[in-house]
Design a protein around this ligand. Structure first.
Ligand code: ADP
Ligand code: MG
Ligand code: MG
Length: 206
């Protein structure tokens, strides 16, 4: 991954989140406070501004700016959580940013989210999309598949992970206050995580 690809990733993520803003908000309205689409849309707009103001010189720098901006600019649980994901990735990603390096940085990022949010698989959070995506990337590296196939498998795993949150009962975040009434809805953060992976696959495909 080079700097241009990393910048394109977050431009595409901003586009997809903006496109799906109302859908994400509706998901959050069902089991949370209805601000997830707005939170992320605003956060990624700020990310675009920050990256334009001080153009990063590497994928790692890009990720650090993305993470810091999300932590500063997004109120709500998802800001610090996504912020930690991308900041930890930025701290870990060496150069050259090969697929193996990217997969391992992504894994470290997901661990940082787990540490901050204390959520595990099955708690109906973004973790349920991020962990399958991370596993898919690691398997792709192990099997030596190409970059495009790797990110497409990660995007698919994240989407399946997001769909798998529908029958779950939330054990973390606002949705957990609903108890059994959280069952039957997709977790908004898992859905936005799937969008981040879809954005990555889309820019690699270009
Ligand atoms: P808020 O709930 O503060 O309004 P958002 O609506 O932006 O924040 O984000 C909600 C999403 O954040 C949830 O759908 C879930 O995926 C994620 N989330 C909330 N708490 C946690 C946690 N402790 N660990 C991991 N993810 C979490
Ligand atoms: Mg919310
Ligand atoms: Mg909120």
């Amino acid at each position: 991954m080079d700097t241009a690809l990393c910048l394109a990733w977050f431009e595409e993520a901003a586009r997809l989140v903006h496109r799906d803003r109302d859908r994400l908000t509706a998901l959050d309205a069902a089991i949370g406070d209805g601000d997830h689409g707005a939170n992320l849309d605003r956060g990624l707009t700020e990310v675009g501004k920050a990256l334009a103001e001080s153009p990063p010189g590497s994928p790692a720098e890009t990720l650090l700016t993305v993470g810091t901006t999300l932590i500063r600019r997004v109120g709500g649980a998802s800001g610090p959580l996504y912020g930690s994901l991308f900041r930890q990735m930025g701290r870990t990603l060496g150069s050259p940013a090969t697929l193996a390096a990217f997969a391992s940085a992504f894994d470290e990022g997901v661990v940082a989210v787990e540490r901050l949010g204390k959520a595990a698989l099955g708690d109906k959070t973004m973790i349920d999309a991020l962990v399958p995506a991370s596993r898919a990337l690691s398997l792709a590296v192990r099997d030596g598949v190409g970059v495009l196939q790797a990110v497409e498998q990660a995007a698919r795993a994240a989407q399946e992970g997001a769909e798998a949150t529908i029958p779950m009962q939330a054990r973390k975040g606002r949705a957990s206050y609903l108890g059994e009434r959280s069952i039957g809805h997709m977790d908004p953060g898992a859905s936005s995580s799937a969008l981040f992976m879809e954005a990555l696959a889309a820019v690699v495909r270009r």
